[in-house]
Design a binder for this molecule. Structure first.
Ligand code: CDP
Ligand code: CDP
Length: 218
């Protein structure tokens, strides 16, 4: 068939989704979308405009007129923005406003590539439930907080491991506990626990799974 081949990657914060997604997109020549950046952009726009993060109506309006230019803003990666993203992401109107863009990207990837890699929380469960490849990437909260700490230190930012661990756990609880599109593995997802797995090893496991799916395709 000539439908775009979709690789859906979900999992909690700092599990290694983005790193894997970029490598796979590069390897297969597929387009890549970090769906979390859309929720982060909504959160950042709310912060910039001084909006109340608990105002669901405001969050929905903000998502509907989202400034995609914010995706290149350095403030997008801040932990504060991640926290704001996970709060607005619990609002059904926000999720609905971002759905079409994500489905369009998956169905008709930019640059007419043969496939697309999307990473987030609900790609395999809600955005692309028919994706031929679904990966659920996890790691312990402690390891994920350690990675975030290293990332911040690498950018020359002050990082407090204990505070980051609390943030990671709070975000996990919000993402897994919400009613609309909660974070959970799709039934047919390959689980990849990266706690003790280097990036190369994660990539090779994903690649052999994907190559199997690609070769059994009609
Ligand atoms: O996209 P997500 O938030 O899930 O995570 P990421 O940005 O891909 O990875 C978070 C950090 O963990 C990055 O600095 C990666 O280099 C690192 N990482 C790692 O140390 N080992 C892995 N197996 C995967 C990622
Ligand atoms: O990079 P990291 O894993 O820390 O977070 P992210 O992927 O940038 O996502 C930020 C927040 O957006 C998450 O905590 C989720 O609440 C939300 N999100 C979501 O609800 N659905 C997605 N498909 C992607 C992100």
């Amino acid at each position: 068939s000539d439908a775009a081949f979709v690789i859906a990657i979900d999992g909690p914060a700092a599990a290694g989704k983005g790193t894997l997604a970029r490598r796979l997109a590069d390897h297969y020549g597929f387009a890549f979308l970090d769906t979390g950046s859309l929720y982060r952009a909504v959160g950042l726009q709310m912060i910039i405009e001084g909006s109340d993060l608990d105002d669901a109506q405001k969050a929905t309006e903000t998502a509907a007129r989202l400034d995609l230019g914010l995706i290149g803003d350095p403030r997008l990666r801040a932990e504060e923005t991640g926290g704001a993203a996970s709060r607005v992401a619990a609002v059904p109107g926000v999720r609905a406003a971002l759905l079409d863009f994500q489905r369009q990207f998956a169905g008709h990837p930019p640059g007419d590539t043969a496939g697309a890699v999307l990473d987030g929380r609900d790609v395999g469960t809600v955005i692309c439930p028919d994706a031929p490849v679904k990966l659920f990437v996890t790691a312990s909260a402690e390891e994920r907080a350690r990675r975030r700490t290293l990332e911040m230190e690498g950018r020359g930012e002050a990082a407090d491991y204990a505070a980051i661990l609390e943030d990671v756990k709070a975000r996990d609880a919000r993402d897994m506990g919400r009613k609309d599109a909660p974070l959970k593995p799709a039934e047919d997802a390959l689980l990849l626990d990266t706690t003790n797995l280097a990036i190369d090893a994660v990539f090779l496991r994903a690649k052999s799974f994907i190559d199997g799916k690609l070769s059994s395709r009609d």
